[in-house]
Design a binder for this molecule. Structure first.
Ligand code: NDP
Ligand code: BG6
Length: 513
């Protein structure tokens, strides 16, 4: 469309007029989708949600009739929202053409409504604006709650009572944290269910939208060579590693109330573990997959205090730069015991995984940024080469590494003969490096998840029983850490984390990868 649209679009009185002004060939029988980003002025909305929506638009994945509304308390005009949003939009594939033109078209479909999160009146005003855009079509509405957790329920209440669709679907994406423990999570679920049915609630865990995490099931269930190895018979341990090379950076206020176990382990790493360890689902339907994941979670032993190591980063000076301590953050109490690092050993008490340690490690301000799954296999029985050539038995086991990020890759470490006349072995990688193999850019996790929510695909969202099972594993140890005021081990900013993590791994005969 060439014409510059006015802010607010309140002048649209029918779908037809909307179609004419936006250049669409009108069909009033078609449905519309209105996406409201609640908390649009915030960090996540700017950083992830609007860019992901733009990428979907760019890839022609959004429905033809869509409108995006930002909703927050801040006073902003449509133009100001567009200006704010435009600063974070990028064309995923930068060589693509017409990027700025596409951005302009996208921004014209973005609007803003200022309101309180606990005001039914303010959501009613939003409803009126949405109706104008929907122009009498079937109205499907998606609300993305990108706001702090203490205001989730008020916002859900007001959105569902005053701005839900009258003739189409209404879905609500809820961001983590889903409570702090079993009790608060159950209370949140109970309140949400006063206003929404379970199938309207899309609890997001963005790690489930990552390409390599989605690929896990394909790897196991579509490759004969892996599936038979997938058990205690051949796998010695599994490691789930999350590390960031920066600290809490402005999110200290949120983080201090949660800590790394709630921020990363109870959700992102545990979700990966469940997908990794589940049995073959009956089908690829969301419920069949989630049923299998719940079974894994419910077969796990609650984490014990002796199987956890916690740490907190301290200031460090290096190369003339001083990196801060966690407690240097002004929003963090000086005597905070909140862990910014944790390592844990978890076990699944079922026939397939009995006795196999699943080791998790998650930390901020470490020496590198990566998320990986490492599967270490058992030794080759009676290893001929070890016997004859003195190979280091511990190092010579096979290892499968799934690098979730950065530099998405899958590689299998094998023992190989070094070419030449002698007989010398080394460890080499069979390597699937995504950037080298696939020319297409990998979509951001939020793109996949937003698209799924629009399409009603629940496979990658957390069901309430999954959430209950996940909290049941971590709640006792979190309570104990807090009651006993366990002091986290210090580790320098940018280091490999506290040494306790190595002792924990060694107790289970594991060496971190
Ligand atoms: P912000 O703290 O930026 O909050 C989002 C918006 O909510 C703010 O712009 C503000 O808008 C409003 N707001 C903030 N504090 C309050 C308050 N005390 N009372 C009422 N309104 C408030 O959050 P993020 O954007 O960082 O995160 C949003 C959600 O997503 C949170 O639940 C967070 O835990 C989760 N999340 C965030 C991630 C991130 O990387 N940022 C990653 C994963 C999850 P206004 O004042 O205009 O109303
Ligand atoms: C969020 C955590 O869920 O995930 C953050 O709250 C963390 O603390 C982030 O930094 C990591 O996500 P990603 O996609 O950048 O690895």
């Amino acid at each position: 469309p060439k014409e510059k649209l006015k802010d607010g679009l309140l002048s649209f009185t029918s779908a037809k007029e909307w179609d004419v002004k936006t250049g669409f060939d009108g069909n009033e029988n078609e449905s519309s989708v209105s996406i409201t980003v609640v908390g649009a002025s915030g960090d996540l909305a700017k950083k992830k949600i609007f860019p992901a929506l733009f990428a979907l638009y760019y890839e022609d994945c959004l429905p033809k009739h869509f409108t995006i509304y930002g909703y927050a308390r801040s006073k902003m005009t449509d133009a100001e929202l567009r200006n704010m949003v435009s600063k974070t939009l990028t064309c995923r594939i930068d060589k693509r053409e017409n990027c700025s033109e596409k951005m302009d078209q996208f921004l014209k479909r973005c609007f803003y409504h200022s309101g309180q999160y606990d005001s039914e009146d303010n959501f009613s005003q939003l409803d009126k604006k949405l109706k104008k855009h929907e122009g009498g079509r079937v109205s499907n509405r998606l609300f993305y709650l990108s706001i702090p957790p203490n205001i989730f329920t008020e916002a859900v209440k007001c959105a569902s009572l005053s701005a839900s669709s009258y003739n189409g679907w209404t879905r609500v994406i809820v961001e983590k944290p889903f409570g702090r423990d079993s009790e608060s999570s159950a209370a949140l679920t109970k309140t949400l269910k006063q206003y929404l049915a379970e199938d309207q609630i899309f609890r997001i865990d963005h790690y489930l939208g990552k390409e390599l995490v989605e690929n896990l099931s394909v790897l196991w269930f579509a490759n004969l060579i892996f599936e038979p190895l997938w058990s205690r018979r051949y796998i010695r341990n599994v490691q789930l590693i999350f590390s960031e090379d920066f600290g809490t950076e402005g999110r200290g206020g949120y983080f201090d109330n949660y800590g790394i176990i709630r921020d990363i382990m109870q959700n992102h790493l545990l979700q990966i573990l469940a997908l990794f360890a589940m049995e073959t689902p009956v089908s690829l339907d969301a419920e069949d997959i989630r049923n299998e994941k719940v079974k894994v979670l419910r077969s796990m032993r609650p984490l014990r205090l002796e199987d956890v190591v916690v740490g907190q980063y301290k200031s460090r000076s290096r190369g003339g730069v001083t990196y801060p301590s966690y407690t240097d953050d002004k929003t963090v109490p000086k005597d905070s015991l909140t862990p910014t690092f944790a390592a844990a050993a978890l076990f699944i008490d079922n026939a397939r995984w009995d006795g196999v340690p699943f080791l998790m490690k998650a930390g901020k301000a470490l020496h590198d940024r990566r998320a990986e799954i490492r599967v270490q296999f058992r030794h080759v029985p009676g290893n001929l080469y070890n016997r004859n050539f003195g190979t280091d038995l511990d190092r010579a086991t096979n290892e499968l590494v799934i690098r979730v990020q950065p530099g998405e890759a899958i590689f299998l470490k094998i023992n190989n003969k070094v070419p030449g006349l002698g007989m010398r072995l080394d460890r080499s990688n069979l390597n699937l490096h995504y950037a080298a193999r696939y020319s297409k850019e990998i979509p951001d996790a939020y793109e996949r998840l937003l698209l799924d929510a629009i399409e009603g695909e629940r496979r990658l969202f957390i069901r309430s029983d999954e959430l209950d099972a996940a909290w049941a594993l971590f709640t006792p140890v979190l309570a104990e850490l807090e009651e006993k005021k366990i002091i986290p081990e210090s580790y320098p900013y940018g280091s490999r984390g506290p040494v306790g993590a190595h002792y924990l791994a060694a107790r289970y005969n594991v060496r971190w990868g």
